[in-house]
Every structure is written in C-alpha cells, then in structure tokens.
Design a protein around this ligand. Structure first.
Ligand SMILES: *Cc1c(COP(=O)(O)O)cnc(C)c1O
Length: 232
C-alpha cells in the first residue's frame, strides 16, 4: 500500500513536471512523522530515499533503524538546543526562521567540519499559527545568515494553509517563487536560491506546477496520522 502510494505520487509529480516550463528535478520527500519504521521501509523498498521528520527525537530513533543511504530532511520547527543532536544526521534543514537558529546551526556545523544546506521558512500566507519569517523580512535574514560559516542558504520553504481546493494556494507558491527570484537577483555571496520546498499532500501538484523543487508528502504516502499514539 505505502509503496504503491509512493509510486503514485511520484508519477503525478512527473506528469506535472513534463508540462511545466522549469526543467529542474523535483525531490519527493516522504514525510514519515508518527509512522513506524516498517512502513518507512515499504516506501524505501519502492525507491524512497528522502524522508522528512519534524521532531529531533524521531529522526534520531529512525536514523539508527533505517538503512544508511536514507537522506533525512528536518522540516519542522527546530529548537536551538537540539541542533547539536541532528546536525550530522540530516542533509538539509528546511525550517530556519531566525538568525538565532542560523547562528546555532553555523556553530555546530563548524564544530563538525561540515557545511549545512538550509532553507529559510517563509510564512507567505501570514498565518498567525505558523512559524516562519514574513516575506518582507526574508531578504534581511538571508543577508545576515549568508555571512555565517558552516551554513549554505539554498532557497526557501513554506507551509501553505490547509485548503480543500489546492488552487487557493497557487498564489502563495507563486509568491514564494517570486521572492526567491528577487533575492537571487541581489547576488548575495554564499546564497543560491535554487530550492523551493513547497507542496504537501493536498497541493503538491499545484506546487510543482509553480516551480517546487522539493515536495513534502506525508498522508498521501503513509495514510492519516494518529497523534494519539505519539508521545510529545
Ligand atoms: C506533516 C508535514 C508535511 C506533510 O503533510 P501531509 O499533509 O501529511 O502531506 C509537510 N511539511 C511539514 C513541514 C509537515 O510538518
């Protein structure tokens, strides 16, 4: 079931990609939060190598149990005091939303002798309940983060509102892409705006049609999440 779902999502992405103007690839991130390792392995066996989690504890636990060629993406709000634990476990942090966090990532990456690719999380829809910097503050945060060692700003991420009709979110995907284009045109050293992490189960096809390079799909691959089973 999970393997089939994964392949279905992949096929749908490929179908949209072949119509759209932008030729770059799209990484499908299987968002496995709250799901047990045997289900992750079903996705893995269908070809999934990129997995997304939003809690440090869950990455650490699954990291040890899953094959070593899995690429872990930190997609959730990250507390500075937990950076040290994940810095050498993940391939990218999608959720940088403050200079404070960027500095901590920088510090820990330098200690480990690595350069961590990061995305800046932008709250394009301006939802009160969501993390992320405002579109207006994004360029300033990037300019400051760009000067830090051990960190490489690769693009932007957004979590669009939950909507019934994905067309309602198209405006936000367009806005995120435009923001990336604007920032790219400033030619800030050590900043490439090549990645756009946007689109989830309800709206990933719309996001890909607007230029997403990374989509984060959970429910559409693993089924509904039951938070009653999860210890916070
Ligand atoms: C849970 C989560 C997703 C996946 O959501 P689905 O609607 O289940 O596809 C994507 N991105 C982030 C940041 C998440 O926390």
């Amino acid at each position: 079931m999970v393997g089939e779902n994964y392949l279905n999502v992949k096929r749908k992405i490929d179908a949209v990609k072949s119509d759209r103007k932008c030729p770059e690839g799209v990484t499908l991130i299987a968002v496995s939060k709250t799901k047990p390792v045997p289900l992750l392995m079903e996705a893995y066996e269908a070809g999934a190598r990129d997995f997304g989690e939003n809690k440090v504890q869950e990455i650490l636990a699954k990291y040890d149990e899953m094959p070593k060629d899995v690429r872990w993406h930190m997609i959730g709000h990250l507390q500075t005091n937990k950076v040290r634990q994940v810095i050498d476990k993940v391939v990218m942090i999608h959720s940088v939303d403050s200079l404070h966090l960027a500095k901590e990532i920088s510090k820990e990456a330098v200690k480990k002798g690595i350069v961590m690719p990061v995305l800046i999380e932008v709250n394009v829809a301006g939802e009160e309940s969501k993390f992320g910097v405002s579109a207006a503050d994004t360029a300033d945060l990037i300019k400051e983060a760009a000067g830090l060692p051990g960190i490489s700003v690769r693009g932007l991420m957004t979590i669009a509102p939950y909507v019934e009709d994905p067309e309602e979110n198209r405006q936000y995907f367009v806005e995120l892409r435009q923001l990336a284009v604007d920032i790219k045109s400033k030619n800030i050293d050590n900043v490439s705006m090549d990645f756009l992490s946007m689109g989830m189960t309800g709206d990933y096809e719309t996001a890909v049609s607007e230029g997403a390079t990374h989509v984060r799909v959970g429910t559409g691959i693993f089924g509904e999440r039951d938070y009653h089973l999860v210890q916070e």
